[in-house]
Write a protein that binds this ligand. Structure first.
Ligand SMILES: [Zn+2]
Length: 388
């Protein structure tokens, strides 16, 4: 990558701060004429916009320029097992319009993705943006994904999706870069981008019907060799109950502490809890049995997280997902065990907190994933080249 390319120069402007040509020449050491030419290239893409004038030091005040995140939009999709959230955002991750819908991932890829396209088109109409303004599309799926190809790999709860070419199908409607990842990975990206941008080591733990984690280490999402990193749900709970798990093993964290496991424990006490939402309602209404059960689930999760803390030394663990809406009781159980069982050095500055993105972590992460790609030096240079 040439350091004087438009794409490289653009990276300095990603923070949105207005700068003059002279500022950029001083920062980069490039000749003023080179900076001026690159600015012209970037203005032509619309991604850079004039923002006015800097204070004059005598004579005509110099013009300032800044990244214009509203130049293009992103379609961000967070597909769950029974629900989905679709959003249209700008390139800075601001949600312009969104919709949540009930859909069954088990219906298979074609009907589900066609529905996503339909909703995305409606949202674009709502915000008055043509489809040609879409810079890219980001999709989270509730199962393992080969990120490079965008294909799910043997997802346990997604019949018909194994190996399906998600980008190709969506690309028929939107011929733009389409990036696909596991839902917990994009939640980690979204929470990191929106709430903890200055934290380099963060673990996002989703607690719902399944349990999984997205790992951000040294500022970068870690997917592992096969995209299976962070699959906490199938780690055996130390000394835990030998409950059978859908993966075929016994005593997995998910089988002991996932939403359905908590519901099953409560059923034995005569309480019917048909869904994760019903569990959360019960806890919010102050039900003692449900509160104790979720606190115990928190301890089981904490036992596995204590190991993760020793291994990865995160500075923030974010707890999200449908069961996490139960709030402090779950967090209390997790904290109790993590702070007792992890090494003191690793927990000295560790914060364990609830998600602050109000169910939007997935779409925010999908948008961030696309922005990272389309605003990369390579993609900006390609854009500038094609505009010549
Ligand atoms: Zn399992």
């Amino acid at each position: 990558m040439r350091p004087n390319s438009a794409g490289s120069l653009f990276q300095l402007l990603r923070d949105g701060q207005p700068r003059t040509r002279a500022d950029l020449a001083a920062t980069t050491g490039l000749a003023r004429s080179t900076v001026a030419a690159r600015i012209e290239d970037l203005l032509a893409t619309g991604l850079l916009a004039p923002t006015g004038e800097a204070a004059s030091t005598g004579g005509r005040p110099p013009a300032t320029f800044a990244f214009n995140p509203r130049a293009r939009v992103v379609v961000a999709v967070d597909l769950g097992v029974s629900h989905a959230r679709v959003a249209v955002t700008d390139l800075g991750g601001h949600v312009l319009a969104e919709d949540t819908l009930d859909l069954a991932i088990a219906d298979g890829p074609e009907p589900v993705l066609d529905r996503v396209v339909e909703v995305a088109r409606a949202l674009l109409r709502e915000v008055g943006r043509p489809e040609s303004d879409v810079a890219g599309m980001g999709v989270g799926l509730p199962g393992p994904v080969e990120h490079a190809s965008g294909r799910p790999t043997s997802p346990p709860i997604m019949p018909g999706w194994d190996g399906f070419d998600v980008p190709a199908r969506l690309g028929e409607a939107f011929p733009v870069p389409i990036l696909v990842d596991n839902d917990v990975n994009i939640m980690a990206l979204g929470e990191h981008e929106a709430v903890w941008p200055d934290v380099d080591d963060l673990l996002f733990v989703k607690i719902a019907t399944g349990i999984g984690a997205g790992i951000i280490s040294d500022g970068t999402l870690q997917r592992g060799a096969q995209g299976a990193a962070g699959d906490l749900g199938h780690i055996a709970v130390p000394g835990g109950a030998q409950a059978p798990c859908r993966c075929g093993n016994l005593g997995c964290l998910e089988a002991v502490a996932g939403g359905p496991a908590v519901a099953a424990a409560l059923r034995e006490q005569g309480l019917e809890v048909p869904s994760n939402a019903a569990l959360v309602d019960l806890i919010r209404s102050g039900n003692l049995e449900a509160t104790l059960a979720v606190r115990q689930a928190g301890r089981e999760i904490g036992a596995v997280l204590a190991t993760c803390v020793n291994l990865l030394n995160p500075s923030v663990i974010v707890i999200g997902g449908a069961v996490a809406a139960a709030g402090e009781h779950l967090l209390a159980g997790i904290r109790e065990v993590v702070y007792t069982r992890s090494l003191p050095l690793a927990t000295q500055h560790l914060r364990i907190v609830a998600s602050r993105t109000a169910g939007r972590a997935g779409v925010l992460g999908a948008a961030a994933m696309v922005a990272q790609h389309v605003l990369s030096p390579e993609q900006i240079n390609a854009l500038v080249g094609s505009a010549d």
